[in-house]
Design a protein around this ligand. Sequence first.
Ligand code: ZN
Ligand code: ZN
Length: 318
Amino acid sequence: MTCEICSDDYGISLCENDCSYLMCSDCINKLESLNCPQCRGILNIKLFVAGKITTNHPDQYTRRFVLKSEYEDFGEIKDNLRHEKCGNITINDEDIIDYDDFINLEQELPIQQIIPTTALTGPYIIVDDSCEPQHGYWQSSDYADVKPISDIVNKRNHQAIVNCDVFVLKLNIMYDCFRSIAEWGIASALGKTLIILFPDEEKVEKELDYIDTSDLDKLLKDHVDYNMKKTRQKEDDKDVKERLVKKFIKNKSDKMQSEFYMFAAESIKTLDKLSFTKKEAIFTSHPIFNITYKEYVKNLKNIISKKRPLQKEEENEE
Ligand SMILES: [Zn+2]
Ligand SMILES: [Zn+2]
């Protein structure tokens, strides 16, 4: 499992042909061309990161950006997108997709290279003509209304799923990214490697400030108020409040995660088909995974174990 170039570190396999040649990340970075030294295949892992599009912090590692290059304010919007006090997105000119190309389904769209050995095929954000995020924080009005072109958006995402190697479903705290959940089925039918990522429990409270999560925020507040009153706590007891918030989030996460046990099981199955070095390569390929393959599978197995069959109700015949 050692790197075949320096024998100094362990090697991973990035080759598109899944060949046996192993390299460490240092040696990969030093390569002059992105071709496998053994079979000349391309060293690239292509991801599609499904999940709610209208989030508050989109980035160039998980989203592709579509802008109208003919629009008079194109330059200004592009600058806003990149400015750290506005969109705070690091994106190259060649990675910005022209709206006219996007809606012309005959036109093939290039993939977005994230690092030399990792690319993003989709999905896409259609940037609104009035897009002006503040401090990297996007509002729903920064996203164009895609209802009139929803068929095109679906077809473009389908193409991008066909072009990916690894399909990642990143669930949001509301678990309401319904189209993304449907896209999992498309990726599954296409035989893609499937990965599911659950929302980070630590970040739920922070995310709750966002506009799209107001229902959940209300549920949480009601839950805390109700329990404070029920147990006759002093209204300003911060410790008790905090404990109630944590417990609510934990229960909600456990319940929602367990509902995805079939996804978890399917993900493990698709990964089982790959060599260990390929799996390692996938989990080191993208900043979205800050966890190793082994940790990922351990988490999923834990989630699967939370789902228990319904207890048969005892028959009550008297
Ligand atoms: Zn090496
Ligand atoms: Zn190769």
